[in-house]
Design a protein around this ligand. Structure first.
Ligand SMILES: Nc1ncnc2c1ncn2[C@@H]1O[C@H](COP(=O)(O)OP(=O)(O)OP(=O)(O)O)[C@@H](O)[C@H]1O
Length: 337
Protein backbone atom coordinates (compact mmCIF):
# COMPACT_ATOMS: atom_id res chain seq x y z
CA UNK A 1 0.00 0.00 0.00
CA UNK A 2 2.65 2.57 1.12
CA UNK A 3 6.21 1.84 0.20
CA UNK A 4 9.14 4.11 0.89
CA UNK A 5 12.23 2.88 -0.89
CA UNK A 6 15.69 4.19 0.00
CA UNK A 7 14.35 7.62 0.84
CA UNK A 8 16.93 10.29 1.61
CA UNK A 9 16.21 13.92 2.43
CA UNK A 10 18.91 16.53 2.75
CA UNK A 11 18.18 20.12 3.78
CA UNK A 12 20.66 22.79 2.86
CA UNK A 13 20.49 26.18 4.52
CA UNK A 14 23.39 28.42 3.59
CA UNK A 15 26.49 26.35 4.12
CA UNK A 16 24.80 23.99 6.55
CA UNK A 17 23.57 20.60 5.39
CA UNK A 18 21.29 18.36 7.44
CA UNK A 19 20.63 14.77 6.43
CA UNK A 20 17.13 14.46 7.89
CA UNK A 21 16.48 11.02 6.31
CA UNK A 22 19.21 8.54 5.49
CA UNK A 23 18.19 5.74 3.16
CA UNK A 24 14.87 4.93 4.83
CA UNK A 25 12.82 2.04 3.49
CA UNK A 26 9.54 0.82 4.91
CA UNK A 27 6.38 -0.86 3.76
CA UNK A 28 2.93 -0.31 5.26
CA UNK A 29 0.25 -2.86 4.49
CA UNK A 30 -3.30 -2.00 3.52
CA UNK A 31 -5.51 -1.73 6.58
CA UNK A 32 -2.82 -1.57 9.22
CA UNK A 33 -1.88 1.13 11.70
CA UNK A 34 1.84 1.76 11.48
CA UNK A 35 3.56 4.13 13.90
CA UNK A 36 7.01 5.67 13.81
CA UNK A 37 8.45 6.74 17.13
CA UNK A 38 11.54 8.84 17.73
CA UNK A 39 12.88 11.66 19.84
CA UNK A 40 12.81 15.26 18.65
CA UNK A 41 14.95 15.78 15.54
CA UNK A 42 14.97 12.08 14.59
CA UNK A 43 13.38 12.86 11.23
CA UNK A 44 9.77 11.75 11.85
CA UNK A 45 8.03 14.84 10.44
CA UNK A 46 10.27 14.82 7.39
CA UNK A 47 9.45 11.15 6.86
CA UNK A 48 5.69 11.59 7.00
CA UNK A 49 5.83 14.76 4.87
CA UNK A 50 7.81 12.84 2.25
CA UNK A 51 5.01 10.26 2.14
CA UNK A 52 2.59 12.69 0.48
CA UNK A 53 5.35 14.75 -1.08
CA UNK A 54 4.67 17.83 1.06
CA UNK A 55 8.43 17.45 1.19
CA UNK A 56 10.12 16.05 -1.92
CA UNK A 57 12.72 13.36 -1.14
CA UNK A 58 16.25 14.13 -2.31
CA UNK A 59 16.52 10.49 -3.40
CA UNK A 60 14.35 7.40 -3.32
CA UNK A 61 10.85 6.36 -4.26
CA UNK A 62 7.47 6.84 -2.60
CA UNK A 63 4.91 4.34 -3.83
CA UNK A 64 1.21 4.45 -3.02
CA UNK A 65 -0.58 1.39 -4.38
CA UNK A 66 2.45 0.79 -6.61
CA UNK A 67 2.44 4.32 -8.12
CA UNK A 68 5.68 6.26 -7.55
CA UNK A 69 4.61 9.77 -6.53
CA UNK A 70 8.06 11.22 -7.17
CA UNK A 71 7.68 10.51 -10.90
CA UNK A 72 4.26 12.13 -11.39
CA UNK A 73 3.40 15.42 -13.09
CA UNK A 74 1.46 18.04 -11.11
CA UNK A 75 -2.05 17.00 -12.22
CA UNK A 76 -1.46 13.28 -11.69
CA UNK A 77 0.14 13.98 -8.32
CA UNK A 78 -2.91 15.95 -7.20
CA UNK A 79 -5.10 12.99 -8.14
CA UNK A 80 -2.95 10.44 -6.30
CA UNK A 81 -2.68 12.75 -3.30
CA UNK A 82 -6.45 12.74 -2.92
CA UNK A 83 -6.01 9.16 -1.67
CA UNK A 84 -4.04 10.52 1.29
CA UNK A 85 -5.56 12.56 4.13
CA UNK A 86 -3.48 14.21 6.82
CA UNK A 87 -3.93 15.52 10.36
CA UNK A 88 -1.51 17.66 12.34
CA UNK A 89 -0.47 18.42 15.92
CA UNK A 90 -1.94 21.94 15.78
CA UNK A 91 -5.02 20.99 13.76
CA UNK A 92 -4.43 23.58 10.96
CA UNK A 93 -8.07 24.76 10.89
CA UNK A 94 -9.18 28.00 9.28
CA UNK A 95 -10.05 30.23 12.22
CA UNK A 96 -12.33 32.49 10.16
CA UNK A 97 -14.45 29.60 8.87
CA UNK A 98 -17.13 27.59 10.67
CA UNK A 99 -16.72 23.88 11.37
CA UNK A 100 -18.93 23.15 8.33
CA UNK A 101 -16.81 25.39 6.09
CA UNK A 102 -13.56 23.88 7.36
CA UNK A 103 -14.70 20.45 6.26
CA UNK A 104 -16.42 21.64 3.07
CA UNK A 105 -13.75 23.95 1.66
CA UNK A 106 -11.25 21.33 0.43
CA UNK A 107 -14.15 19.50 -1.21
CA UNK A 108 -15.16 22.67 -3.06
CA UNK A 109 -11.55 23.05 -4.21
CA UNK A 110 -11.65 19.45 -5.46
CA UNK A 111 -14.85 20.32 -7.35
CA UNK A 112 -17.04 17.80 -5.56
CA UNK A 113 -20.74 18.47 -6.52
CA UNK A 114 -22.59 20.69 -4.02
CA UNK A 115 -25.17 18.15 -2.84
CA UNK A 116 -22.39 15.61 -2.27
CA UNK A 117 -20.39 18.12 -0.25
CA UNK A 118 -23.39 18.55 2.02
CA UNK A 119 -23.83 14.82 2.43
CA UNK A 120 -20.15 14.20 3.13
CA UNK A 121 -19.80 17.04 5.64
CA UNK A 122 -22.80 15.77 7.59
CA UNK A 123 -21.69 12.16 7.40
CA UNK A 124 -18.15 12.76 8.62
CA UNK A 125 -19.05 15.31 11.29
CA UNK A 126 -21.43 12.67 12.62
CA UNK A 127 -18.69 10.02 12.61
CA UNK A 128 -16.43 12.27 14.68
CA UNK A 129 -19.33 13.19 16.97
CA UNK A 130 -19.59 16.88 16.09
CA UNK A 131 -22.80 17.13 14.08
CA UNK A 132 -24.11 19.67 16.60
CA UNK A 133 -21.18 22.01 16.10
CA UNK A 134 -21.48 22.69 12.37
CA UNK A 135 -22.03 26.41 12.76
CA UNK A 136 -19.48 27.30 15.41
CA UNK A 137 -15.97 28.63 14.84
CA UNK A 138 -12.78 26.79 15.87
CA UNK A 139 -12.10 29.28 18.69
CA UNK A 140 -15.26 28.00 20.41
CA UNK A 141 -14.00 24.40 20.43
CA UNK A 142 -11.72 22.46 22.77
CA UNK A 143 -8.44 21.01 21.48
CA UNK A 144 -9.98 17.56 21.14
CA UNK A 145 -12.97 18.93 19.23
CA UNK A 146 -10.64 20.85 16.90
CA UNK A 147 -8.77 17.64 16.15
CA UNK A 148 -12.09 15.92 15.45
CA UNK A 149 -12.92 18.62 12.90
CA UNK A 150 -9.50 18.08 11.31
CA UNK A 151 -10.18 14.33 11.19
CA UNK A 152 -13.61 14.92 9.61
CA UNK A 153 -11.98 17.24 7.06
CA UNK A 154 -9.43 14.57 6.16
CA UNK A 155 -12.06 11.79 5.99
CA UNK A 156 -14.44 13.85 3.87
CA UNK A 157 -11.96 13.52 1.00
CA UNK A 158 -12.58 9.76 1.34
CA UNK A 159 -8.89 8.84 1.40
CA UNK A 160 -7.38 5.36 1.55
CA UNK A 161 -4.62 6.47 3.86
CA UNK A 162 -4.57 8.83 6.83
CA UNK A 163 -1.25 10.39 7.83
CA UNK A 164 -1.08 11.62 11.40
CA UNK A 165 1.69 14.02 12.39
CA UNK A 166 1.75 14.02 16.22
CA UNK A 167 -2.05 14.38 16.26
CA UNK A 168 -2.38 13.92 20.03
CA UNK A 169 0.77 15.70 21.20
CA UNK A 170 -1.03 18.94 22.07
CA UNK A 171 -3.86 17.17 23.94
CA UNK A 172 -4.35 16.14 27.58
CA UNK A 173 -4.36 12.41 28.45
CA UNK A 174 -8.16 11.98 28.45
CA UNK A 175 -8.60 13.78 25.16
CA UNK A 176 -5.69 11.81 23.72
CA UNK A 177 -7.51 8.60 24.64
CA UNK A 178 -10.70 9.66 22.92
CA UNK A 179 -8.85 10.72 19.74
CA UNK A 180 -6.96 7.40 19.71
CA UNK A 181 -10.28 5.56 20.06
CA UNK A 182 -11.60 7.55 17.11
CA UNK A 183 -8.54 6.67 14.99
CA UNK A 184 -9.02 2.99 15.85
CA UNK A 185 -12.65 3.25 14.73
CA UNK A 186 -11.68 5.01 11.51
CA UNK A 187 -9.22 2.21 10.78
CA UNK A 188 -11.60 -0.59 11.64
CA UNK A 189 -14.93 0.68 10.35
CA UNK A 190 -13.82 2.68 7.33
CA UNK A 191 -10.86 0.42 6.50
CA UNK A 192 -8.46 3.35 6.29
CA UNK A 193 -4.74 2.60 6.58
CA UNK A 194 -3.09 4.86 9.17
CA UNK A 195 0.53 5.98 9.19
CA UNK A 196 1.36 8.04 12.26
CA UNK A 197 4.40 9.59 13.85
CA UNK A 198 4.72 10.28 17.55
CA UNK A 199 7.21 10.70 20.35
CA UNK A 200 4.77 9.07 22.80
CA UNK A 201 5.19 5.39 23.47
CA UNK A 202 1.65 5.21 24.74
CA UNK A 203 0.22 6.06 21.31
CA UNK A 204 2.16 3.21 19.73
CA UNK A 205 1.09 0.80 22.48
CA UNK A 206 -2.57 1.59 22.24
CA UNK A 207 -3.34 1.60 18.55
CA UNK A 208 -0.46 0.47 16.34
CA UNK A 209 0.00 -2.95 14.75
CA UNK A 210 3.59 -2.32 13.74
CA UNK A 211 6.18 0.21 14.79
CA UNK A 212 9.36 1.70 13.38
CA UNK A 213 11.94 3.45 15.54
CA UNK A 214 13.80 6.44 14.11
CA UNK A 215 17.11 7.78 15.31
CA UNK A 216 19.21 10.45 13.62
CA UNK A 217 17.47 10.09 10.27
CA UNK A 218 17.60 6.29 10.18
CA UNK A 219 14.97 3.66 10.75
CA UNK A 220 16.92 1.66 13.31
CA UNK A 221 14.34 -0.99 14.20
CA UNK A 222 10.91 -2.13 13.14
CA UNK A 223 8.52 -4.96 13.78
CA UNK A 224 5.19 -5.87 15.35
CA UNK A 225 4.49 -3.77 18.44
CA UNK A 226 4.55 -6.86 20.66
CA UNK A 227 7.97 -7.99 19.36
CA UNK A 228 9.55 -4.57 19.61
CA UNK A 229 8.16 -4.15 23.13
CA UNK A 230 9.22 -7.47 24.49
CA UNK A 231 12.52 -7.84 22.62
CA UNK A 232 13.85 -4.38 21.83
CA UNK A 233 17.21 -4.60 20.05
CA UNK A 234 18.52 -1.13 19.33
CA UNK A 235 19.70 1.05 22.27
CA UNK A 236 17.28 3.77 21.15
CA UNK A 237 14.35 1.35 21.27
CA UNK A 238 15.44 0.19 24.71
CA UNK A 239 15.46 3.82 25.83
CA UNK A 240 11.80 4.12 24.86
CA UNK A 241 10.67 0.77 26.19
CA UNK A 242 12.49 0.95 29.51
CA UNK A 243 12.04 4.69 30.04
CA UNK A 244 9.23 4.36 32.54
CA UNK A 245 9.36 6.60 35.60
CA UNK A 246 7.82 3.86 37.75
CA UNK A 247 10.64 1.52 36.83
CA UNK A 248 13.50 3.85 37.68
CA UNK A 249 15.54 2.91 40.74
CA UNK A 250 16.74 6.01 42.61
CA UNK A 251 20.56 6.19 42.61
CA UNK A 252 20.71 6.16 46.40
CA UNK A 253 18.87 2.80 46.54
CA UNK A 254 20.61 1.39 43.46
CA UNK A 255 24.03 1.57 45.08
CA UNK A 256 22.99 -0.48 48.10
CA UNK A 257 21.11 -3.07 46.03
CA UNK A 258 23.95 -3.48 43.53
CA UNK A 259 26.30 -4.36 46.37
CA UNK A 260 24.13 -7.33 47.35
CA UNK A 261 22.89 -8.62 43.97
CA UNK A 262 21.76 -7.63 40.49
CA UNK A 263 18.91 -5.38 39.48
CA UNK A 264 17.15 -6.71 36.40
CA UNK A 265 14.00 -5.89 34.49
CA UNK A 266 11.83 -8.68 33.10
CA UNK A 267 9.43 -8.19 30.20
CA UNK A 268 6.97 -10.86 29.15
CA UNK A 269 3.86 -11.36 27.03
CA UNK A 270 0.53 -11.65 28.85
CA UNK A 271 0.10 -15.42 28.81
CA UNK A 272 3.44 -16.13 30.49
CA UNK A 273 2.58 -13.61 33.20
CA UNK A 274 0.40 -16.20 34.90
CA UNK A 275 3.35 -18.59 35.29
CA UNK A 276 4.94 -18.41 38.72
CA UNK A 277 8.45 -18.03 37.33
CA UNK A 278 9.84 -16.18 40.36
CA UNK A 279 8.74 -19.01 42.61
CA UNK A 280 10.30 -21.46 40.14
CA UNK A 281 13.74 -19.81 40.17
CA UNK A 282 13.69 -19.61 43.94
CA UNK A 283 12.99 -23.34 44.13
CA UNK A 284 15.46 -24.40 41.43
CA UNK A 285 18.42 -22.16 42.23
CA UNK A 286 20.06 -20.57 45.23
CA UNK A 287 18.65 -17.14 44.48
CA UNK A 288 16.39 -14.71 46.30
CA UNK A 289 14.35 -12.38 44.08
CA UNK A 290 12.72 -9.27 45.55
CA UNK A 291 10.22 -7.26 43.55
CA UNK A 292 11.05 -3.56 43.25
CA UNK A 293 8.29 -2.58 40.81
CA UNK A 294 5.75 -4.25 38.55
CA UNK A 295 3.00 -3.50 36.07
CA UNK A 296 1.09 -4.61 33.00
CA UNK A 297 0.91 -2.57 29.78
CA UNK A 298 -2.11 -3.11 27.58
CA UNK A 299 -1.14 -3.13 23.91
CA UNK A 300 -3.70 -3.09 21.10
CA UNK A 301 -4.01 -6.89 21.00
CA UNK A 302 -1.90 -8.14 23.89
CA UNK A 303 -0.73 -7.36 27.35
CA UNK A 304 2.90 -7.08 28.36
CA UNK A 305 4.04 -7.60 31.93
CA UNK A 306 7.03 -5.80 33.39
CA UNK A 307 8.85 -6.54 36.61
CA UNK A 308 11.85 -4.91 38.14
CA UNK A 309 13.57 -7.24 40.56
CA UNK A 310 16.62 -7.48 42.75
CA UNK A 311 18.22 -10.90 42.40
CA UNK A 312 20.45 -12.03 45.21
CA UNK A 313 22.70 -15.08 45.09
CA UNK A 314 26.13 -16.15 43.95
CA UNK A 315 27.11 -15.29 40.38
CA UNK A 316 26.73 -18.77 38.89
CA UNK A 317 23.29 -19.32 40.45
CA UNK A 318 22.07 -15.90 39.33
CA UNK A 319 23.29 -16.62 35.78
CA UNK A 320 21.42 -19.95 35.78
CA UNK A 321 18.25 -18.27 37.00
CA UNK A 322 18.54 -15.64 34.25
CA UNK A 323 19.02 -18.35 31.59
CA UNK A 324 15.93 -20.14 32.94
CA UNK A 325 13.90 -16.94 32.54
CA UNK A 326 15.23 -16.28 29.04
CA UNK A 327 14.34 -19.82 27.96
CA UNK A 328 10.77 -18.93 28.87
CA UNK A 329 10.71 -16.04 26.39
CA UNK A 330 11.14 -13.50 29.15
CA UNK A 331 13.32 -10.57 28.13
CA UNK A 332 15.91 -9.94 30.81
CA UNK A 333 17.67 -6.58 30.87
CA UNK A 334 20.25 -5.62 33.46
CA UNK A 335 19.73 -2.21 35.01
CA UNK A 336 23.09 -0.40 35.05
CA UNK A 337 24.44 0.02 38.56
N1 LIG B 1 12.82 22.74 6.33
C1 LIG B 1 13.94 22.40 6.94
N2 LIG B 1 15.11 23.05 6.71
C2 LIG B 1 16.25 22.68 7.33
N3 LIG B 1 16.34 21.67 8.22
C3 LIG B 1 15.21 20.99 8.51
C4 LIG B 1 13.95 21.30 7.89
N4 LIG B 1 13.01 20.46 8.36
C5 LIG B 1 13.64 19.64 9.24
N5 LIG B 1 14.96 19.96 9.33
C6 LIG B 1 15.98 19.27 10.14
O1 LIG B 1 15.88 17.88 9.88
C7 LIG B 1 16.05 17.13 11.08
C8 LIG B 1 14.83 16.25 11.32
O2 LIG B 1 13.73 17.09 11.61
P1 LIG B 1 12.23 16.54 11.80
O3 LIG B 1 11.35 17.74 12.08
O4 LIG B 1 11.90 15.68 10.67
O5 LIG B 1 12.40 15.67 13.11
P2 LIG B 1 11.28 15.13 14.11
O6 LIG B 1 11.68 13.77 14.53
O7 LIG B 1 9.94 15.30 13.48
O8 LIG B 1 11.43 16.12 15.32
P3 LIG B 1 10.30 17.04 16.04
O9 LIG B 1 9.40 16.07 16.75
O10 LIG B 1 11.09 17.91 16.96
O11 LIG B 1 9.64 17.80 14.92
C9 LIG B 1 16.31 18.14 12.19
O12 LIG B 1 17.70 18.26 12.36
C10 LIG B 1 15.71 19.41 11.64
O13 LIG B 1 16.37 20.53 12.16
Amino acid sequence: MIELMNVTKTFTTGKKTVEALKDVSLRIKKGEIYGVIGFSGAGKSTLIRCTNLLERPTEGEVLIDGVDLTKLKKGQLRKERSKIGMIFQHFNLLSTATVYENVARPLKLSKVPKHEINERVEKYLKIVGLEEKQHVYPAQLSGGQKQRVAIARALAQEPEVLLSDEATSALDPNTTSSILELLLRVNKELGITIFLITHELDVIQRICDRVGVMHQGELVEEGSVIDVFTKPQHPQTKDFVFDDANFKVPDSIKKGLSATGRIISLTFIGSSSSEPFLAAITKKYEVVPSILAGGIDQLKANSVGKLLIHLQGDTAEVEKAISYLEEREITVEEVAS
